[in-house]
Design a binder for this molecule. Structure first.
Ligand SMILES: C[S@@+](CC[C@H](N)C(=O)[O-])C[C@H]1O[C@@H](n2cnc3c(N)ncnc32)[C@H](O)[C@@H]1O
Length: 232
């Protein structure tokens, strides 16, 4: 379906059709089937999470952006890398569980490397401590990436590097969001990272559930790993 013929009602029906999916495999199969229309459909939803995450990272990152290596977890078609490129970042590695999404990310030409992996079922397929920035947008929610995976995102980050995460703040995601925030705090208490910024955004994206209308809200979290301590 082309952008010119699709409507908000069609997009809503597409997304609601995925709510019956109970396994991760069913969810990524859904993304396989949605991949071709994904970019135009999320534009209809006024989906701004990729640009909000990229703006947040950009406002704190003070290193060499061209040289920085960014891990885009659940990269989808590449919307996050596209936004980060406008802020001067140039080196991206992408991971996603949907083959069709990874294929479109490859076609975008934005990624130096792409990996197909089902997070939560397989360990994050990267070397620990390698990335200047790790970003995950649009998939920290119920039925997608389990909360415990954030520990792996932290491990993948260099000392002094950043982890940027987003989640939705709507009815169906309330329990997941509470569990996520509890894990983020727990990891801060363990000294694994420090909270840099938490931004609540009212008009995150257009609501699609039967119980909500208008816009739902969402959150961008930015955490930073401690620098290595050098002894004198
Ligand atoms: C809403 S899209 C977000 C894509 C991209 N980050 C963006 O903001 O446009 C969610 C993506 O997460 C992927 N995904 C969801 N759960 C996953 C999992 N457990 N492991 C790997 N990929 C997953 C889907 O295949 C899909 O590409």
């Amino acid at each position: 379906m082309s952008a010119a013929t699709n409507t908000f009602e069609n997009v809503k029906a597409t997304i609601l059709s995925a709510h019956k999916n109970s396994t991760l495999k069913e969810k990524t199969d859904f993304y396989d089937s949605w991949a071709e229309n994904y970019d135009q459909d999320v534009a209809i939803l006024d989906y701004r999470a990729p640009s909000l995450a990229a703006d947040c990272i950009s406002s704190h990152f003070s290193g060499d952006r061209e040289a920085a290596v960014v891990l885009d977890v659940t990269c989808g078609t590449g919307l996050v890398a596209k936004q980060m490129k406008t802020h001067g970042f140039g080196h991206f590695v992408g991971i996603d569980g949907s083959k069709a999404m990874v294929e479109l990310a490859r076609k975008s030409g934005l990624y130096q490397d792409l990996k197909l992996s089902m997070l939560g079922e397989e360990p994050l397929p990267v070397q620990w401590g390698l990335f200047d920035v790790v970003v995950i947008v649009g998939s920290l929610s119920v039925g997608q990436v389990p909360v415990h995976v954030v520990r792996e995102l932290c491990k993948a980050t260099k000392p002094g590097g950043y982890v940027c995460m987003t989640t939705r703040n709507n009815c169906s995601n309330k329990e997941y969001k509470a569990a996520l925030e509890s894990e983020l705090k727990q990891m801060e208490q363990e000294g694994l990272w420090a909270c840099v910024e938490v931004t609540e955004v009212e008009d995150w994206e257009r609501a699609v559930s039967e119980h909500e209308d208008g816009y739902i809200s969402g959150v961008v979290y930015l955490y930073r790993r401690p620098q290595l301590q050098h002894s004198a």
